[in-house]
Write a protein that binds this ligand. Structure first.
Ligand SMILES: NC(=O)c1ccc[n+]([C@@H]2O[C@H](COP(=O)([O-])OP(=O)(O)OC[C@H]3O[C@@H](n4cnc5c(N)ncnc54)[C@H](OP(=O)(O)O)[C@@H]3O)[C@@H](O)[C@H]2O)c1
Length: 340
């Protein structure tokens, strides 16, 4: 099994955080307390908000505009922590200023925007990574290695769900912020299945929409080689178990709730020989505090190695996941206001 290196051993870089919202707090904690790197500045559209964030988290500089933040000479990488609707513009702002960028999931609102960001990064020669933090957690890599080594035989079925009762939150509710369950929550099961299985041949989807026209709930079945291999669900109306299971001809892997967090998981092999049932269970515990430190450390390592993209989530796969979400939205009828 490939071991994930300790985030504390990654090179130290200087971060700026763009957007002083909810998730920015978790990233500030991860970088400050679980990597060798430092968050040197926070940028907000409101200086008082930036200052309050800086005071609370111990960051030394606060800027009252995103433009001032990305222009700062003492920053190596920008973490874009704004709603999906704004990822394209804010990533482009940072790229134009010559900064490496970590862009929150979903990477952008649609594939066209994602292509724009990646083309700009290529032209400028900067590194861009999607903040799909689960990809960088040790259990994702370990489980993919196990599957590839044939530890559970041929994969027959993948199941993953992600539901949170957060339909009332503005970034989920508003079409203008590219809201809905799919881009915010459904991206986890999709990215998980893509990592474990590769690209599907077909994606079948059903969804229900809110009165505002964003998706409240989506169910997907992925078809590979004519077989319905993955069943993935997401909703913003209820807390669901948030578990994942990969079942094969010779065993299964169960990832406990929350499957995309640092968590516990097991490999199970069941045998029936001459009417006798035997169970072989191998338990794993990959729980650590926070968890964002792995993606932050990956960026620092890849930048130091002179890479343009991450091997755990290459640009081609960022685009592939965005394309699946575009297709699902087209099937269930979710169109954002600036796409009409
Ligand atoms: N990785 C994870 O576990 C995780 C969890 C939750 C969310 N996320 C992702 O992180 C991103 C931000 O989520 P969040 O929960 O932090 O969102 P949020 O608190 O609603 O907003 C984040 C910040 O975006 C900035 N912003 C810029 N333009 C805005 C606009 N027009 N309307 C509202 N805010 C705007 C605001 O910062 P200023 O006011 O300071 O300028 C705001 O505080 C989303 O892409 C989401 O999917 C990831």
């Amino acid at each position: 099994m490939t071991m994930t290196p300790d985030p504390l051993d990654a090179p130290a870089i200087r971060w700026g955080i763009l957007g002083a919202g909810g998730i920015a707090h978790k990233m500030a904690d991860a970088i400050t307390n679980y990597t060798a790197s430092e968050v040197v500045a926070i940028g907000s559209r409101d200086l008082a908000k930036a200052q309050a964030f800086a005071d609370e988290t111990g960051i030394s500089k606060a800027y009252g505009s995103y433009e001032e933040l990305v222009a700062a000479d003492d920053i190596d990488a920008i973490y874009v922590a704004t709603p999906h609707s704004h990822h394209r513009d804010h990533a482009l702002l940072a790229i134009e200023a010559g900064k490496h960028v970590l862009v929150e999931k979903a990477f952008t609102q649609n594939t066209e925007q994602a292509r724009e960001v990646l083309a700009a990064a290529e032209a400028k020669g900067v590194y861009v990574q999607e903040a799909m933090w689960a990809r960088y957690l040790p259990h994702y890599r370990a489980i993919r290695d196990l599957i590839r080594s044939g530890a559970i035989g041929d994969v027959i079925e993948v199941q993953a769900d992600h539901g949170q009762p957060i339909a009332h939150i503005p970034r989920m509710a508003q079409p203008e912020l590219a809201g809905g369950a799919l881009l915010d929550l459904g991206v986890y099961p999709i990215s998980f299945a893509h990592f474990m299985l590769g690209a599907p041949d077909e994606v079948h989807a059903l969804g229900s929409l809110t009165d505002a026209g964003v998706d409240a709930q989506v169910a997907m079945t992925w078809v590979v080689g004519g077989r319905p291999i993955a069943n993935l669900t997401t909703t913003m109306l209820a807390k669901t178990p948030c578990r994942a299971t990969i079942s094969g001809t010779e065993g299964r892997i169960e990832i406990d709730s929350v499957f995309y967090n640092p968590t516990t998981w097991r490999v199970i092999r069941e045998n029936y020989v001459d009417g006798v049932h035997s169970l072989d269970v191998e338990e794993h515990d990959d729980r650590v505090p926070n968890g964002f430190q792995y993606e932050a450390a990956a960026l620092a390592r890849n930048v130091a190695d002179g890479r343009a993209e991450s091997d755990l989530l290459p640009w081609s796969e960022i685009l592939a996941v965005m394309e699946i979400m575009d297709d699902v939205r087209a099937t269930i009828g979710v169109v954002y206001p600036n796409e009409v």
